[in-house]
Design a protein around this ligand. Structure first.
Ligand code: SGN
Ligand code: CA
Length: 524
């Protein structure tokens, strides 16, 4: 709006030159937001992964910007997506617990885009427990969705089943929607992928893709969780939580009956899909498992290797399909005026601390991958170190599209940072995780991540504090809260934490903070 007024004024005062410039920047770009599920930055080559290559995610990163420190506010799927839609923290949008569901009565930013003349669509995984307003077109997976022969629902909750592999189908549906869209309007499209969510079923063409690779054991794999009570009590280890049968497909039950049948992804298979899985997982993987008769550490490491093979094979299709979508944009001439974002709903553990899953304020689940390409505006090869949060995603998209950012949003547009402007920016990012005890027994906690430190207060089953110096201890192994020499740093961080809680109006956290001061209780 401001731009238009400026343009009219410029026309009146100085003729057309200023206006031509204005027109160029005001040509409202399309935006495609590719949102995957549980895809770790440790598995993306643009982030320096030593595990695999992701040439197509790298294509986006190389053509624009890569964010090294994009944190989330609550490291879990549904709540993260609610933060994306509202630009508000979980305590403000009401979606704290993953299976609780999103309150669709509240405003979401695609409604603003619609008012600004955009057509909006979400295709693929959404996982909000309800269908939000603000989308002209919805074609989404119900709940977590299925990897093979998935059901999709539309805005009227009508179900349709497609034959094939979910990541391929989501790409085909996205291209089909782009083909038939209203070409008189710019668009905002979310392409929501199920990959790489548990239980990591790869596409048939990727079965065995990493069989010749032995992955390095992460430095923190054998973490003893010393001085970290929540880490000691979690239930998300590769060793004891990861299930040989369902997660790693050792002697899969292809034909379960009764109640179990509906939760069994293999009962959806066509005979060809079943044969391909049987040939790989039964004849090769399960046979190897039976023959090796592993126990103890050897078994744990075998599980880790199998986990990474399945996870990364599933990610192969994700990256390939991102490539297909980018090719489509090139072929249709859309690339030039389309902003492409790739992000995951949170980070994920690939064996760090001996874990899979997410939830903790520790680095691998706190930080999520985020790359963005905006031709002509973001310089290719831009690298961003600043602390960006997923609460900033909505305001940034609104800013990119020239749409007013509502005052009630708690995030801020980082478009100026992407374009290299020196602007004042946050030096601490606020975090609050709630879900306990199921499914992975991670105690609730809130805290801040600054450029150098992470300070967290755990509550619920046990009250205690943790403090990490990220520069010295990037794997969050050494809890220095209460240690000599850190008094000043701790006091400053506590002050900052309180300021953040007040700023974002997290009353629940404020109450917990103001209770009798909790001291760290280092565990044995
Ligand atoms: C399921 C998974 C959990 C996972 C949650 C949340 N178990 O419950 O491992 O943490 O989803 O994931 S599974 O046996 O059903 O795979 S999220 O992506 O929705 O956050
Ligand atoms: Ca997720």
């Amino acid at each position: 709006m401001k731009g238009t007024i400026f343009c009219i004024l410029a026309l009146l005062l100085a003729g057309g030159a200023a206006c031509a410039q204005e027109k160029k920047t005001a040509a409202r770009p399309n935006v495609i937001f590719i949102l995957s599920d549980d895809h770790a930055y440790q598995a993306i080559s643009a982030y320096g992964s030593k595990l695999t290559k992701t040439p197509n995610i790298d294509r986006i990163a190389n053509g624009g910007a890569l964010l090294y420190n994009n944190v989330v506010t609550n490291s879990i799927c549904g709540p993260s997506r609610a933060v994306l839609l509202t630009g508000k923290y979980s305590h403000r949008n009401g979606y704290k617990l993953n299976e609780r569901g999103f309150d669709i009565a509240q405003p979401v930013f695609p409604e603003q885009l619609q008012k600004n003349g955009y057509q909006t669509a979400w295709i693929g995984k959404m996982h909000l427990g309800a269908l939000p307003h603000g989308f002209d077109y919805l074609h989404v997976l119900p709940g977590q969705g299925s990897y093979y022969n998935p059901d999709f629902i539309n805005s009227n909750n009508e179900k349709e089943t497609y034959t094939g592999y979910v990541t391929d189908i989501i790409t085909q549906l996205s291209k089909a929607w782009l083909d038939k869209r209203d070409r008189s309007k710019p668009f905002f499209l979310v392409v929501g992928h199920k990959a790489t969510h548990r239980e990591w079923l790869p596409a048939i063409e990727d079965l065995g893709a990493y069989d010749d690779v032995t992955f390095p054991i992460p430095a923190s794999f054998y973490d003893d969780y010393k001085n970290r009570i929540a880490a000691q009590k979690q239930d998300m280890t590769i060793d004891s939580t990861m299930v040989l049968k369902t997660d790693l497909k050792v002697h899969v039950d292809y034909d379960s009956t009764g109640k179990a049948r509906q939760y069994n992804p293999y009962t959806r298979f066509t005979p060809e899909q079943k044969a391909a899985f049987y040939n790989y997982y039964e004849k090769k993987v399960s046979k190897e498992f039976d023959e090796k008769k592993l126990t103890g550490k050897a078994l744990e490491e075998w599980k880790y290797q199998r986990y990474l093979r399945d996870y990364l094979s599933t990610a192969n299709s994700l990256d390939r399909n991102i490539g297909r979508l980018l090719d489509y944009l090139d072929q249709t001439g859309l690339s030039e005026n389309t902003v492409v974002i790739y992000a995951s709903d949170q980070g994920f553990y690939l064996g760090e601390h001996g874990w899979f899953d997410k939830r903790f304020i520790y680095e691998e689940s706190l930080k999520t991958p985020f790359v963005i390409r905006y031709p002509g505006v973001i310089k290719p090869g831009t690298k961003v170190d600043r602390l960006i949060s997923n609460v900033d995603w909505a305001p940034t998209i609104l800013d990119i599209t020239g749409t007013t950012v509502p005052d009630e949003m708690q995030g801020e547009s980082f478009l100026p940072i992407l374009t290299g402007k020196q602007v004042p920016w946050r030096t601490a990012a606020y975090y609050h995780y709630y879900e306990y005890p199921r499914p992975h027994r991670v105690a609730p906690h809130f805290g801040i991540r600054t450029e150098q430190y992470t300070l967290a207060r755990f509550y619920g089953p046990d009250d205690f504090w943790e403090l990490y110096d990220i520069r010295q201890d990037p794997h969050n192994l050494n809890n220095i809260y209460g240690q000599k020499g850190y008094e000043k740093v701790t006091a400053a961080l506590l002050k900052e934490l309180r300021a953040q809680i007040l700023k974002y109006q997290d009353d629940e956290a404020l109450k917990l903070l103001e209770q009798a001061p909790a001291t760290a209780r280092p565990a044995k």
